[in-house]
Design a protein around this ligand. Sequence first.
Ligand code: KG4
Ligand code: ZN
Length: 355
Amino acid sequence: MIVLGIESSCDETAAALVRDDGTVLSDVVASQIRLHAPYGGVVPELASRAHLQSIVPVVQQALAALPGGLESVDGIAVTHGPGLSGALLVGIQLAKALAFDTQKPFVGVNHLDGHLLAVYLRRGHGPHPEAPPFPFVALLASGGHTALYRVDAPMDTTLLGQTRDDAAGEAFDKCAKLLGLGYPGGPLVDRLAATGDPHAVPLPMPMAQRSSLEFSFSGLKTAIARSVERDGVPEGQALADLCASFQHVVVETLVRKSLFACEAEGVRHLVLGGGVAANRGLRARAQQLGAAAGVTVHIPEFASCTDNAAMIAYAGACRLLRGERDGLDLQPFTRDPARARGRFRPDGTLNAKRA
Ligand code: KG4
Ligand code: ZN
């Protein structure tokens, strides 16, 4: 089965063709980073208009990889949330029109399920890392979400813990903005952190108590803001040191809580997903502490971490293979619907229903 995936939930217009075994046949991403950069964040109205401009050429380019184009596709999958509603509508409407015209099977995909399954994508030739078996624990850390899930099968996920305020990617973006680095902040902080001393600047470790699977990154942002107010924006080595110290605290929090979740769930496989999983510090530390804890850490390729349509096509293929279909009245949604809550309450105590 070959599925066309379409993604337009935020600031990337994307389309991809993916086989149901995860093989990526094409993957086209038109980024709006330069459009939003002057504003230090995504401007929803500009995002919708840019999607409208790019979506048809992006989908055409993705389909060009397949002889027969759209006719040779077995199904159409589109992100229908969470995201910006005006942005989502652009992708949804085109996907519906294509499904209407071709009478191909059509499904909506939750963007977060796309990130959780991105590790199964197979790009290019040559030896691919082993795909994780179910169940696994997944850390999803992106610009809009930071959460831990237990994943028992595609789309069968239980929420274990999440952030109470900022997402990890949002913390990177806000930190970069305070330091005058630009947008999006993650890759910029990542690059500077590589040459800095992670212990140079003492910063608070957020939600440090081991038993809680909740995150909180807003205090860290305040600590950086205070430091800039007090001493101004550092330069040269001092800037690299502050980035390294910030990244160290975020990475330690993410990795330690992820491994605690594996221990609490009795699961030996950890999957990373979302834009922050592209962070080199996070990738290295997760592998290192995972190995020490006897947990195998599975990390998607860089191109599968940040927003793309290949992960949407793959998640769509999983739904289509189960015989699931959506009607052409599919609606966008802006927030993730409440997911079943796992063993832990937000305060770290056991949830009686699942304990
Ligand atoms: O998954 P994604 O592309 O979009 C959302 O669904 O939000 O994630 C984007 C987020 C941004 O906040 C960006 O700063 C962050 O991922 N990010 C990174 C890195 N690359 C992207 N954060 C830390 N290190 C990186 N290398
Ligand atoms: Zn995303």
